[in-house]
Design a protein around this ligand. Structure first.
Ligand code: ZN
Length: 485
């Protein structure tokens, strides 16, 4: 089985990859065995077939999910012990098998024995995006085969393209199966997505065959017209999915249109959003129109599935058995619960391209106390600092997401870019050229043409070389809009 429709090289990374695998007995414990009374057709059969298929094809993920479910009912002390143990283990692995970390840790005065001690972990050097950019393949672990590396490109909210690798042998599928379970959604249930279409033709057909009988429908967030929404509504009524997943802006815009037209939406179980900060007005709108809870998730191209809300929706639970999340101040010192700072994430299950104490460019604060759901996983407040990257046309077309990969086809031509939409709807793609000036200029023109195409050529789009991109609050935004919305 392969990834779900949202996955492409620049979105939050593929939840389901080949060779991964749910304990046969059961998917997440909250999932009711009986079909729902919502008129959906045979969800129990779909679930059974999904379980049978994954028991054979994704055995490792099934085993990983079983272990995660044990963690979900353990204690805070047990989770903390496991996080510490695995943090030290990944740091040691990085030290042993990547030239970058060995040099970096040694330069900071750490021996191999020091790195192996959990109490030293929070003193190890921080890995910045610039470091990842500069280190390149020196971050690749020498003991893992190349087939374990899944390339993942991030344009990210800073507009700076970065190539990283996810670990194919990590139990990434089990992570989203676990989180779906928190929401009473079974991974074999039908789903709807408001994302970018990332596969076409045979690839799309092959994906549908792999997922059979689970059905997935998509509203392409790259450019959405009334006709597109109309088609999507017809599909929703036919498939009656349990879950709707999408970018915040895309789902909000969809909810707005549904509200404006009074269209009927079949009952969903949950809505899940990602990729930008969910503001409370958006949550209220989506929940009022779609009539189900909206769950915020923290997913990134570099580290898939970092944290997610449970049904309490009181902060996001960090998947602390597979990710360590630290909140630090500008000097790198740890902050107490409630204090907002920079996020450092360590992927405890990426052995192919270790990311240890990675400053991912997001800000949040950790939350004290226990969650009402009883899960011992630590919680953070919703991410601050990610920005909604939306462009609009006078005709009502909305482009939400899909901009991070503008320069992916022309690697090495720019250092950074930013898109500004002016109050008259015109758009300018600003980029900081590197290397050959002619190649950079051509890449800039190509990016502007792409954006113009996404916006159906309704508005003028130009490219402009600049020496630097303006930073606001220490973080360059990928999209700056002067439109009054
Ligand atoms: Zn909870």
């Amino acid at each position: 089985m392969s990834e779900t429709p949202e996955a492409d090289s620049t979105t939050p990374q593929s939840p389901m990859t080949a060779g991964q695998s749910l304990p046969a007995a059961s998917l997440p414990r909250e999932v009711p065995a009986a079909p729902r009374k919502t008129g959906r057709r045979a969800p129990a059969l779909r679930r059974t077939i999904f379980d049978l298929k994954t028991a054979v094809l994704m055995r490792r993920d099934r085993q990983a999910l079983a272990a995660m479910r044990v963690i979900d009912v353990s204690s805070g002390a047990e989770v903390s012990r496991l996080t510490d143990e695995r943090s030290a283990a990944i740091a040691l692995h990085a030290f042993r098998f990547t030239p970058y970390y060995r040099r970096r840790f040694e330069d900071a005065g750490f021996t191999e024995a020091d790195v192996a001690r959990p109490e030293n972990f929070a003193s190890l050097p921080i890995l910045t995006k610039q470091d990842v950019h500069d280190a390149g393949d020196a971050l690749v672990a020498s003991d893992r085969p190349a087939r374990d590396r899944l390339v993942s490109r991030t344009g990210g909210s800073t507009g700076r393209p970065l190539v990283v690798y996810n670990d194919r042998s990590a139990p990434t599928a089990a992570m989203w199966w676990r989180i779906y379970g928190w929401w009473d959604v079974h991974p074999g249930d039908d789903s709807a997505f408001i994302y970018r279409q990332s596969r076409a033709g045979l690839r799309r057909l092959s994906h549908a065959v792999q997922w059979w009988p689970t059905r997935q429908i998509l509203l392409d967030a790259r450019g959405t017209t009334d006709a597109d929404v109309e088609r999507f509504l017809v599909e929703l009524a036919r498939v009656r999915p349990a879950l709707l997943v999408g970018y915040v802006e895309g789902v909000t815009e969809f909810a707005r249109r549904v509200q404006a037209t009074g269209a009927a939406i079949p009952p969903l179980t949950a809505v899940s959003v990602t990729a930008s900060m969910l503001q409370s007005g958006q949550r209220e709108l989506i929940e009022a129109v779609l009539g189900v809870p909206v769950y915020d998730t923290y997913r990134t191209a570099e580290i898939p599935w970092v944290a997610a809300q449970c049904r309490e929706r009181n902060g996001l639970h960090v998947l602390a058995d597979h990710r360590r999340l630290e909140v630090v101040d500008a000097a790198g010192a740890p902050l107490a619960a409630g204090e907002t700072g920079d996020v450092l994430v360590t992927d405890l299950s990426n052995h192919a391209f270790p990311l240890v104490r990675y400053a991912i460019g997001d800000r949040t604060r950790s939350l004290a106390g226990e969650c009402g759901c009883g899960r011992p996983l630590p919680r953070i407040a919703p991410i601050e600092g990610r920005v909604a990257d939306a462009l609009r046309t006078p005709g009502g077309r909305l482009l939400s997401g899909g901009l991070g990969s503008l320069f992916v086809d022309n690697p090495g031509t720019i250092a950074q870019f930013q898109i500004q939409q002016r109050a008259d709807f015109s758009v300018v793609v600003r980029y900081v050229p590197v290397g050959d000036a002619a190649a950079s200029a051509a890449a800039g023109r190509a990016a502007a043409e792409k954006v113009a195409g996404f916006l159906s050529h309704e508005v003028p789009v130009t490219a402009e070389a600049v020496t630097e991109i303006e930073n606001i609050g220490g973080k360059a935004r990928m999209v700056v809009s002067d439109l009054a919305i």
